[in-house]
Design a protein around this ligand. Structure first.
Ligand code: NAP
Length: 249
């Protein structure tokens, strides 16, 4: 199923978790994939090795996507290596949970930068090239927390709701240039990110999710790949929830 053969993607935060699964999924669709990471060099190298072992092409690039100079280098290195760039997946993100009254300024800022500002920086950096091609796909990895809120996550929910706003506003600005912008909003997904959630929250969530389990990264990735494909040409500024039926609008 190498239906996107010849295309090039950057997946931010692809060393592990959901980003890793997206990178592997896109590679299985024939896409040359930049596996971005912040500090997990060995894990990013493992993702690239897995891509290359399946006749794909992967390239690991370290870049802190909250830093403008790193983002410019990430995009320029991609273009220098493969000459084109069709897909950006803004997946990198962090949590710094605490009740609102106890939230530290630093934890507010860190989450806004990693989960929202990063998408602003990366999208702005790739757009000139996509505009020159009159083609592009940007998929933002938001969260159910950005739609419904979540106790202890005012910073994260604000960042992800902001990312949804960015998705919709940017989609309106660039769709005439052939660039399609959408988002996914996963519920809880079994990755390192949710290892620290309290037992009571895990139990409660499993009770209210109709499917009675959390998702896997491999259940998020195909939806992202679809939104990153030409098949999504008439889906604009959409937020696709992938949550085992947790929130049904
Ligand atoms: P994860 O397992 O903690 O992985 C996070 C990834 O983001 C890692 O590859 C990490 O790189 C990278 N990253 C973090 N900050 C970065 C930065 N400043 N620059 C570059 N890379 C950075 O998280 P995950 O669960 O896969 O989450 C991926 C995305 O899905 C996030 O946006 C998250 O908010 C969203 N999401 C997750 C869930 C869930 O339940 N897991 C639910 C909804 C949405 P290093 O390995 O180098 O640190």
């Amino acid at each position: 199923m190498r239906r996107l053969a010849g295309q090039v993607a950057i997946v931010t935060g692809a060393s592990r978790g959901i980003g890793r699964a997206i990178a592997l999924e896109l590679a299985s669709w024939g896409v040359k994939v930049v596996v971005n990471y912040q500090s997990s060099a060995a894990k990013a190298a493992e993702v690239v090795a897995a891509i290359n072992a399946s006749q794909g092409q992967g390239l690991a690039i370290q870049a802190d996507v909250t830093k403008p100079d790193d983002v410019k280098r990430l995009v320029q290195t991609t273009l220098d290596t493969w000459g084109q760039l069709h897909i950006l997946v803004n997946n990198a993100g962090i949590t710094r949970d605490n009740l609102f009254q106890r939230m530290k300024d630093a934890d507010w800022d860190a989450v806004i930068e990693a989960d929202l500002t990063s998408a602003f920086l990366c999208s702005q950096a790739v757009l000139p090239h996509m505009q020159s091609m009159r083609y592009g796909r940007i998929v933002n990895v938001a969260s159910l927390a950005g739609l419904a809120g979540n106790v202890g996550q005012t910073n994260y929910a604000a960042a992800k709701m902001g990312l949804i706003g960015l998705t919709k506003a940017l989609a309106r600005e660039v769709t005439a240039a052939g660039i399609v912008v959408n988002a996914v909003a996963p519920g809880y997904v079994e990755t390192e990110m949710i290892e620290a959630i309290p037992h009571w929250l895990r139990t409660w969530a499993l009770d209210v999710i109709p499917l009675k389990r959390f998702g896997t990264a491999e259940e998020i990735a195909p939806a992202v790949a679809f939104l990153a494909s030409p098949a999504a040409s008439y889906i604009i500024g959409h937020v696709l929830t992938i949550d085992g039926g947790w929130v049904m609008p």
